[in-house]
Design a protein around this ligand. Structure first.
Ligand code: F6R
Length: 364
């Protein structure tokens, strides 16, 4: 049941405030502003390395978590796609933990990587949406996420719920390792509790994004750039667009643009700049200006202040609510999802069943 939406993808995008709130409630005690983890989780105090493995969109959730585990838990962390990790000679550590992220819990490469990590003595945990899946069954520890069934082939609400789970795990890991103070935890939890409302706020830009998408639909290529925690969101935006609109899209770390891809910039190439107001804002804006100096069409995604400060000469801008800078990816995912969705509907593609793709990839 699409509940009045044209596609499951639209329904699932709009469900995010609710399912994100559910996922938060699985971890957060709002009265004490602390994160609780299920019993029997990794001994974070002893963990010497965390290896995070996933495919596709779930891999991008893992990439965001790298910034969180490093900053809050000072935990050495390695992240790779399952189809690569499996075939590398990973020097597994003695007290290593391996975390697998999957919506379906049936992705063949992720499952095979899990078995490999187990054979190498790692403790196995998963952030998985489908509770009765193979990956859930084979893991020692299940970190909950509460996205509910995801029908649209392109993952949306599962991604933001994965981000919420991972943020909570990283916060708790920081507390346990003594690298995050109670005060810092409380600030983060307070910001986390505001996320559902901010995601609802971000969804209100739908009409504006639909208008912008009419132009994007004419493009033959599009770039997405971001720095820090916004870099994986650039990758996710590009993946979502190519999956359902079939337009060639690439995501780059903003600082990498000038090391090659900038050669492709001209007046026909839109570039989506994910630029929340954080420590990287000025640098990202200067990358955006380099693009504009070469006649690239910059589409700035930032908060009100960010757009007021740097959005003046851009081709277009999408206002996105300001949040805690480290948690911005959860909110900034919404505009890139909507942009992909409306670009696809403008082109008239089969949004929920894009060509060549399956909801769960059970072949290696
Ligand atoms: C993208 C998408 C895929 C999946 C990937 C992993 O929109 O849906 O990239 O994220 O196939 O799937 P799961 O999370 O089920 O392991």
């Amino acid at each position: 049941d699409k509940e009045g939406h044209r596609h499951f993808m639209a329904k699932e995008i709009h469900e995010q405030p609710e399912v994100i709130a559910h996922t938060i409630s699985r971890y957060v005690d709002p009265s004490t502003k602390t994160v609780r983890l299920p019993n029997g989780v990794f001994d974070f105090a002893k963990l010497d390395r965390l290896t995070v493995t996933a495919c596709g969109t779930a891999y991008y959730a893992g990439l965001v978590s790298k910034y969180w585990f490093e900053k809050w838990a000072k935990l050495p962390i390695e992240i790779d796609v399952a189809s690569e990790l499996r075939y590398r000679d990973v020097p597994w550590t003695k007290n290593g933990g391996a975390l697998f992220i999957s919506q379906s819990g049936e992705t063949a490469d992720t499952l095979a990587a899990l078995r490999d990590a187990r054979a190498n003595g790692q403790q196995i945990a998963t952030v998985v949406n489908v509770a009765e899946s193979s990956i859930a069954r084979e893991a020692d520890i299940i970190f909950p996420m509460a996205a509910g069934p995801e029908i649209g082939v392109a993952s949306t609400k599962a991604f933001t719920c994965q981000l919420v789970s991972l943020a909570c795990i990283a916060i708790a890991a920081g507390r346990i390792r003594g690298t995050l103070t109670a005060e810092e935890e409380s600030v983060l939890v307070t910001s986390l509790l505001e996320i559902p409302r901010l995601v609802s706020e971000a969804l209100k830009q739908s009409d504006k994004i639909e208008t912008i998408a009419r132009d994007i639909a004419k493009a033959t290529g599009i770039f997405y750039i971001g720095r820090g925690v916004s870099y994986p969101i650039a990758l996710e935006g590009a993946l979502k667009l190519k999956e359902i609109s079939y337009i060639h899209a690439e995501g780059y770390a903003a600082g990498e643009l000038k090391h090659g891809p900038i050669a492709l910039i001209d007046e026909n190439l839109p570039i989506v700049v994910i630029a929340p107001k954080d420590a990287h804002f000025e640098k990202t804006v200067s990358n955006m200006q380099e693009v504009m100096a070469r006649d690239g069409k910059a589409l700035m995604v930032s908060c009100k202040d960010g757009i007021a400060e740097a959005g003046g000469k851009t081709w277009a801008a999408i206002e996105t609510p300001q949040t805690h800078p480290m948690l911005a990816p959860i909110v900034y995912t919404v505009p890139v999802q909507l942009l992909a969705y409306f670009t696809a509907t403008t082109k008239g593609t089969d949004v929920d069943q894009p060509r060549n793709l399956a909801k769960s990839v059970t072949v290696e």
